[in-house]
Design a protein around this ligand. Structure first.
Ligand code: AMP
Length: 190
């Protein structure tokens, strides 16, 4: 089983690339952002809680996010592999993920980081905000906050995987197809 973490700042293209990689490799796609949005849409208690953080560009607390991820993950005992998207976003989440997987005799094969210059990220998010229906994409202040949170809390997670020799970087600038091709090459080589 190949378990991959797709990493990168908001707007790097993780969601777009995930769709292609799922089709190509048959991964189960676990996007914590998507799961929170599903809960918001269905007006669950978890959705209400998550929304209060998401609307401000803040991270949902680790305990809530980790419990949710674990419960989603456990729904797919027969998965050929998982593609984690938007998780882990903190060191505590990275450690928790290792523990969850280790209990099942599994591990992360690699974290692949999509690298995109900051000005391009903001432009992409504002553009996406016109059609995505995501309030956190439409507001420049919230976008700035999400990028700041990324630098402070999420970027260090790269070091967690580097220390395990599992981090790989890839340019997230270029055509969607060329980035999918580069990602696929890296995944196939694992
Ligand atoms: P995303 O769809 O990955 O851009 O996530 C949208 C928002 O959901 C983030 O700005 C956070 O508020 C929240 N979120 C998603 N994933 C996580 C996570 N792993 N930890 C904490 N908050 C998260």
């Amino acid at each position: 089983m190949k378990n991959i973490v797709l990493f990168g700042p908001p707007g790097a293209g993780k969601g777009t690339q995930s769709a292609f990689l799922v089709e190509k490799f048959g991964f189960v796609h676990l996007s914590t952002g998507d799961i929170f949005r599903y809960n918001i849409k269905n007006q669950t208690e978890l959705g209400t809680l998550a929304k209060s953080y998401m609307d401000q560009g803040q991270l949902v607390p680790d305990s809530v996010t980790i419990d949710m991820l674990k419960s989603e993950w456990s729904k797919y005992p027969d998965a050929v592999g998982f593609l984690f998207d938007g998780f882990p976003r903190t060191q505590a989440q990275a450690q928790a993920l290792d523990e969850i997987l280790a209990e099942a005799g599994q591990s992360i094969a690699a974290m692949i980081g999509l690298e995109v210059p900051e000005a391009e990220l903001v432009a992409r998010l504002l553009e996406r905000g016109k059609t995505s229906g995501r309030p956190d994409d439409a507001n420049p202040e919230v976008i700035g906050q999400r990028i700041a949170v990324y630098h402070k809390e999420t970027a260090p997670v790269q070091g967690y995987y580097e220390a395990q020799g599992k981090y790989m970087a890839l340019s997230g600038v270029g055509s969607v197809e060329s980035i999918t091709a580069s990602l696929s090459e890296k995944i196939q080589a694992l």
